[in-house]
Design a protein around this ligand. Structure first.
Ligand code: ADP
Ligand code: MG
Ligand code: MG
Length: 211
């Protein structure tokens, strides 16, 4: 049976920490065009805090590791992305409480649990030009690929990553309906939503490390 173990999730977190540094300037650029320019800094601050403590958390179960990471993001990151990504990671492991490895069905539940709290907290739907434009279609596509279309777990995650990237692309011509970019009205047209870009980068990492 297909199993994702704790090593997979730790590799993902370690890569998220690296990605937040590598893409910091890019996220700052995107957010400077239609927001307050801090999205790259927010993620960097949050994931540096995760990085400081990850070694200590490694002996915990998957849910506790992500709960700790989510709490760190929530505590350290202000603005919109802190509570949204903080919430994502705090809820991500909840469906597999106490476990050290999960099936792909459980992984899908974890993704659903994380994305659902972002939708609940932010009250954004697809088309509002937020991270939800990346994450919701990605999770739905992953479910369909795995449950209906006979894709393997890694193929299903690849489809999620691709659909998520398209979802981020889809924010470019949109007027934002949530977050700071909302205030720009039509002036937001032609700009990628920063949170949709960071979410797409996260999906790439979940794909990349999958066995
Ligand atoms: P802030 O806008 O407070 O400065 P960030 O710049 O870190 O916070 O994050 C901005 C991103 O957060 C946006 O690009 C968008 O994707 C996401 N976002 C903002 N508001 C919402 C919301 N209500 N629902 C979902 N995502 C949101
Ligand atoms: Mg910002
Ligand atoms: Mg801000």
């Amino acid at each position: 049976d297909y199993i994702l173990n704790k090593d997979y999730f730790i590799a993902v977190i370690e890569d998220l920490i690296e990605m937040a540094e590598e893409k910091k300037e890019y996220f700052i650029q995107l957010d400077s065009a239609i927001g307050d320019g801090d999205h790259g800094m927010n993620l960097s601050i949050g994931f540096r805090e995760v990085s400081k403590n990850l070694e200590e958390w490694k002996s915990e179960d998957i849910n506790t590791i992500f709960k700790n990471a989510g709490t760190a993001l929530l505590d350290k990151v202000g603005g919109a992305a802190g509570p949204l990504y903080g919430g994502f990671f705090m809820k991500f492991g909840l469906p597999v409480k106490g476990k050290d490895e999960v099936t792909f069905d459980e992984f899908i539940e974890m993704m659903e649990s994380g994305v659902a709290i972002i939708e609940k907290r932010g009250k954004a739907v697809v088309g509002d030009a937020t991270m939800v434009d990346t994450l919701r279609p990605a999770v739905d596509a992953m479910k369909k690929a795995y449950h209906d279309d006979g894709c393997s777990p890694k193929e299903a995650m690849k489809i999620a990553m691709e659909v998520g990237a398209q979802g981020s692309d889809s924010t470019v011509p949109l007027v934002a309906k949530k977050g700071r970019a909302m205030r720009l009205g039509e002036r937001a047209i032609g700009h990628r939503d920063p949170g949709s870009a960071s979410s797409a980068a996260m999906l790439e990492i979940f794909y990349k490390h999958m066995p």
